[in-house]
Design a protein around this ligand. Structure first.
Ligand code: NAD
Length: 366
């Protein structure tokens, strides 16, 4: 394989701390594989604002457009709260997602055995859980026009519009089918076809795309029933595909099935580049955690697992992604915990860098 390029954007708060542990993992792969990642680093969010007066400089965007994959830490923090809307750190991340047209947001909900007590659900319901929610990210009710607050008669009226084109549904459906092909070949599509025209169209298009994937067991569920089923028996699902609004809710619900924010990776994928790889941004679900930034208490696992997702989805290095996930599983099984994962009876927490080192020590030379 030719050397893949990775753009690293550590961002703000704990972003640089957790990303430092990812860099150790990348260095391990560079030493133990017959190719090297070409890593470059840039600024995003508040750190970019401080240097360039904008949360995403055009040069950084150009770097992102040419990189094989982007790995982002987190953005934001109270010291940027006073900034104008367009200068806020989050605008940098949103601009990246928009300019790269990252339309499929992947949120795995995986329950590591050693942490199954962290879930608000019973152990047997979540132990061994491994599902993937694919949320449409660039259209739907968060973007549809008309929108706004208008005067109507003698009162105000708030309007948002749920709008989907067939091609927008088709491309995210294809991503979800392709992902299901790499997993247990089960896809459940969720919408509200009983009360929404966009839901009817969504169901029709997903069904039509499904004709191209005869090996996939495709089912449909109303999104409200899906929320119930996710809490009743989540292990019935493999991959779920849904729209922007329902995906926002369902992916957070599924995330909490597994426990801690410090454990959750994500990916946002766009269309294929000429080299056959999807445009892709990988980032932990958590934010910049200003309350613990600089204390060595942050959990780097979500960011390390985001890198594992990059190996799986951008570089087709599935076995290496598995190796990272096994290393995380094994470290947790040994009882090692950062402060956010401490349960009753656990030993003293380890630091961010000790967690990174412990994971590296478990990576197998294969
Ligand atoms: P947060 O995710 O930063 O923190 C919520 C709580 O979880 C905090 O108590 C924090 O200490 C803890 N936590 C989060 N990640 C952790 C980790 N890896 N290890 C240990 N503990 C962890 O959410 P918030 O406090 O609502 O937001 C803080 C800032 O982050 C805000 O400026 C917000 O806008 C921003 N934010 C950014 C992103 C992103 O970059 N994608 C996402 C969410 C929030």
């Amino acid at each position: 394989m030719s050397n893949p390029s990775l753009l690293i954007l550590p961002g703000d708060g704990i972003g640089p701390e957790v990303m430092a542990e990812v860099r150790k993992v990348i260095n391990w792969f560079n030493k133990n594989r017959d190719f090297e990642f070409n890593v470059s680093e840039g600024l995003v969010g508040g750190s970019a604002y401080e240097r360039h007066g904008t949360p995403l400089h055009d040069d950084t965007l150009a770097q992102a457009q040419s990189a094989d994959a982007i790995l982002l830490g987190a953005v934001g923090g109270p010291k940027y709260d006073h900034l104008d809307f367009n200068l806020k750190p989050e605008r940098g991340l949103l601009r990246l997602r928009k300019e790269l047209d990252l339309f499929a947001n992947l949120r795995p909900a995986q329950c590591f055995d050693a942490l199954s007590d962290f879930s608000s659900l019973k152990n047997e319901i979540v132990a061994g859980l491994d599902i993937l929610i694919v949320r449409e990210l660039t259209s739907g009710v968060y973007f549809g026009e008309p929108r706004g607050i208008f005067e109507e008669g003698n009162e105000r009226i708030g309007i948002n519009t749920q709008r989907y084109t067939e091609s927008e549904i088709e491309r995210v459906a294809r991503s979800a089918f392709d992902l299901a092909m790499q997993r247990d070949k089960k896809l459940c599509s969720m919408e509200k076809a009983n009360v929404m025209e966009t839901g009817i169209l969504w169901r029709e298009v997903v069904t039509r795309v499904g004709d191209d994937y005869p090996d996939i067991d495709l089912t449909h569920m109303y999104a409200d029933a899906g929320a119930m089923q996710l809490t009743r028996w989540p292990k019935q699902f493999d991959v779920i595909v849904t729209d922007n609004l329902f995906g926002d809710l369902l992916s957070d619900l599924a995330a909490m099935l597994t426990g801690s924010l410090g454990m959750l990776p994500s990916a946002s994928l766009g269309s294929q580049m000429p080299n056959g790889r999807p445009k892709a941004l990988y980032e932990p679900v958590h934010g910049s955690a200003p309350d613990i930034a600089g204390t060595g208490k942050s959990n780097p696992i979500a960011c390390i697992l985001s890198f594992a997702m990059a190996l799986r989805y951008s570089f087709n290095m599935r076995e290496d992604a598995d190796i990272i996930e096994y290393a995380v599983q094994s470290v947790l099984a040994d009882g090692l915990r950062t402060a956010d994962l401490l349960g009753q009876g656990d030993l003293a927490p380890i630091s961010t860098s000790e967690m990174g080192d412990a994971i590296i020590a478990k990576l197998l030379v294969s």
